[in-house]
Design a protein. Structure first.
Length: 283
């Protein structure tokens, strides 16, 4: 039995469509039908027979960031707001745990093994200026809005997910293609998981995130134009329900950056480690 069942038994279920509006007021909304794979591997496959359902969560995290950014902090504390809401074939998945943190979508197909969604999402926009205020003039860039398809396959403890998204906001006009595989191991109430993923980004997408235009270049941060490339990530994690409303999560991720990014003046290495531990209140 997946941990998702445990979470749902311990969550107050929203039974009114107005709850979706409440969640949108509280969170920057993007929507998705099938849950993000990082959430799926912790909680199990979404029960697609339920037409009206959701939960709200608040997390307090301690994050170790060995990020290859000049002068970045290695230990970061963070409070996150998120949640998940489903109404028929529409889904909210806010504060998802992988690349697309806020998503909106409509389920086009749902079978025993595969689920296919039409997906809209806002993705990360490069180096987070909060990690280093000195880089703010290079990194304070608007996130792009993407539209595309996502297919998720389930085979016992294994989950496979594929995404193809294109920028429809004219921020940079780039393309993202992602492939991810994950597995979970259940031991009593402990849910251990491992994940491997690869994300290809076109030259337009990577240059917007990590490039430096001539009009913003300095002697320390010279002009740079990024090419297309693929980022690889490996992840291990554990999830444990502490009691009725509180969930313990711990995750370690290893990132391998494409050479197109490593050449940027605001990137100092081709790989890095992040480790996070959080307590999440689920309602």
């Amino acid at each position: 039995m997946y941990l998702h069942v445990l979470l749902n038994l311990h969550s107050v279920r929203w039974q009114l469509p107005a709850a979706g509006l409440l969640l949108c007021l509280l969170l920057p909304c993007q929507f998705a039908l099938a849950a993000d794979i990082s959430r799926d591997v912790r909680a199990g496959r979404e029960d697609e027979s339920i037409e009206n359902d959701g939960y709200f969560e608040i997390s307090v995290s301690a994050i170790l960031n060995e990020m290859p950014i000049p002068g970045s902090d290695h230990l970061v504390g963070k409070i996150g707001l998120g949640g998940h809401y489903r109404y028929k074939r529409f889904f909210v998945d806010a504060h998802a745990e992988s690349y697309n943190q806020f998503q909106f979508g409509l389920n086009a197909y749902s079978g025993d093994v595969w689920s296919v969604d039409v997906l809209a999402a806002t993705s990360e926009h490069g180096v987070d200026s909060e990690l280093n205020r000195k880089l703010e003039e290079f990194t304070d860039r608007e996130p792009a809005s993407y539209l595309g398809l996502r297919a998720t396959g389930y085979n016992g403890p294994y989950i496979f997910q594929f995404e193809a998204l294109n920028d429809v906001s004219d921020v940079h006009g780039g393309t993202l293609v992602t492939a991810t595989a994950a597995r979970q191991w259940l031991y009593r109430n402990w849910n251990f998981h491992a994940l491997l993923g690869a994300r290809f980004e076109s030259a337009a997408a990577l240059d917007y995130q990590f490039g430096i235009d001539p009009d913003e270049a300095t002697s320390i941060y010279p002009t740079y134009e990024a090419d297309s490339g693929t980022t690889f990530v490996s992840e291990i994690g554990v999830t444990y329900p502490l009691n009725q409303h509180f969930i313990f999560k711990s995750t370690g991720r290893w990132w391998e950056l494409p050479s197109a990014v490593v050449g940027s003046p605001i990137i100092t290495n081709d790989s890095y480690l992040t480790f996070s531990t959080s307590i999440t209140f689920v309602y």
